[in-house]
Design a protein around this ligand. Structure first.
Ligand SMILES: Cc1cc2nc3c(=O)[nH]c(=O)nc-3n(C[C@H](O)[C@H](O)[C@H](O)COP(=O)(O)OP(=O)(O)OC[C@H]3O[C@@H](n4cnc5c(N)ncnc54)[C@H](O)[C@@H]3O)c2cc1C
Length: 416
């Protein structure tokens, strides 16, 4: 029976890059994928446009992975964002940079990225077995034995597990790799959602489904403390809130909720001015435009569709003229514009998260090679590794970089 130099499990970005790198170095590589095509989740990324990396510096990259960031210093050094961009450009896919350094294919189609990976895998002669869902992975003294549901046995000197996380399961990433890793003695840290929409208790929010708040300030209140979050765009949904700033900050919010239960999120519609200055402005405006209705006036401060529901939360009649508003009501309005409270009661399940935070403990992986510290010639790449990055192309770069390094290191191993 043929013994492959490297068997890669999972044909997402991490697995494809690992297989490509191994084959580039002349190794006999087999790539096992449970779907009938590569990169099923990759196709969905960036709303179908694939934000494949970011032009940020290495230090920013590490920051975007929070506490697990320093683990990636060597990996991002060995295969950087520039290396990834060069890889795609050298295979005739032009890229473009958008705001906040986010990089997309010029075609604005994830399919172009998947197509390049498919073409290069083919070019280097990587054998791909589709519809092969790995079920068992055993380590023998010199080789690994792999078998699928159909008991198709494969043997390899090195194995790279790149099966992804456990969200958007319909794409094939059902968390199988965690089981293989665990059975081989690895610790799996708690699987938590990263980039997940939040549930809100207040009923009136549901009526605002689809409305976006641009560049609002946010503060979380819990256990008597207030913690500021970065500003950003927030989207109301039929169950609560989502949008870039929420998806970016959800891991922090979920962590606090795990400890403290329900919490308050305060929306600041006027983050650019202090509450006192807003108070003065409201007072002057109320004097200068005394005949205007409150609803009409608030168009300067709030998206139109939010005015009535927000005024309802403080029992203010939108039709009231500004000169009929009492001082107490004006102060109440001022407070609401600076800190509209929402009760966060939970989050959507892990399956609806953009990424899975948690996974194979990084303490058990060599950060220079991606090799397991427990099982020789076993490697991990991509989302299966503990921790997750922020939105902005950081997670895909992590998948490509760890894939490259795992493929590289596995290729340097002797067969014995
Ligand atoms: C909707 C959405 C949008 C996103 N947008 C972006 C973005 O724009 N930019 C960004 O940086 N990140 C984005 N992400 C995150 C990004 O998609 C992931 O970080 C990335 O796909 C992880 O790559 P991976 O190769 O580790 O795993 P995956 O892409 O999940 O690939 C794992 C592969 O392993 C296969 N597999 C699993 N189990 C088995 C088994 N037992 N046998 C054989 N095969 C198996 C799966 O079928 C799958 O093909 C997005 C995620 C989602 C859900």
């Amino acid at each position: 029976m043929e013994i492959y130099d490297i068997a890669v499990i999972g044909a997402g970005p991490a697995g494809c890059m690992a297989a490509i790198r191994g084959a580039q170095l002349g190794k006999n590589v087999i790539l096992l994928e449970r779907n009938n095509k590569i990169g099923r989740k990759l196709l969905l990324t960036g709303n179908g446009r694939c934000n494949l990396t970011n032009t940020a510096t290495l230090e920013v990259f590490l920051e975007k992975f929070g506490r697990t960031g320093s683990f990636y210093r060597d990996v991002f050094g060995e295969f950087s964002n520039q290396d990834l961009m060069d890889f795609f450009k050298s295979h005739d896919l032009e890229l473009k940079e958008e705001d906040e350094g986010r990089v997309f294919p010029i075609t604005e189609k994830s399919k172009s990225v998947v197509d390049v990976l498919g073409k290069v895998l083919d070019e280097y002669g990587v054998k791909i077995l589709y519809n092969y869902r790995l079920e068992h992975l055993h380590k023998r003294p010199k080789i690994f034995k792999l078998s699928s549901t159909k008991n198709q046995l494969i043997t390899a000197y090195n194995v790279i597990i790149a099966t992804g996380g456990a969200s958007y399961k319909f794409t094939g990433s059902t968390g199988d790799g965690f089981t293989f890793a665990e059975l081989l003695g690895h610790h799996i840290t708690e699987l938590k959602p990263g980039g997940v929409p939040l549930l809100v208790g207040e009923e009136w929010v549901r009526g605002l489904k689809g409305v976006t708040l641009d560049n609002v300030g946010l503060n979380i209140g819990y256990g008597g403390k207030i913690r500021p979050l970065p500003r950003g765009n927030l989207l109301f949904t039929h169950f609560g809130i989502s949008g870039p700033v929420i998806l970016d900050m959800s891991h922090i919010i979920v962590e606090i909720m795990d400890e403290h239960g329900d919490l308050k999120l305060y929306i600041d519609f006027k983050p650019e001015i202090k509450e006192k200055a807003l108070g003065v402005r409201l007072m002057e405006d109320f004097q200068n435009h005394s005949k205007k209705s409150l609803r009409n006036y608030l168009k300067n401060h709030l998206p139109q569709s939010t005015i009535d529901p927000i005024l309802k939360t403080i029992s203010l009649d939108p039709q009231k003229k500004l000169n009929q508003i009492t001082k107490k009501e004006r102060l109440q309005l001022q407070e609401t514009l600076k800190a509209l409270p929402l009760t966060i009661t939970g989050h959507l399940p892990l399956d609806k998260a953009l990424v899975t935070c948690g996974g194979v403990s990084k303490k058990q992986i060599n950060p220079q090679t991606m090799e397991s510290k427990l099982v020789k010639k076993l490697y991990f790449a991509g989302e299966i590794i503990e921790g997750c990055g922020r939105r902005g192309g950081y997670n895909l770069q992590q998948a490509f970089s760890t894939g490259y390094v795992a493929g590289n290191s596995a290729s340097k191993n002797n067969k014995e």
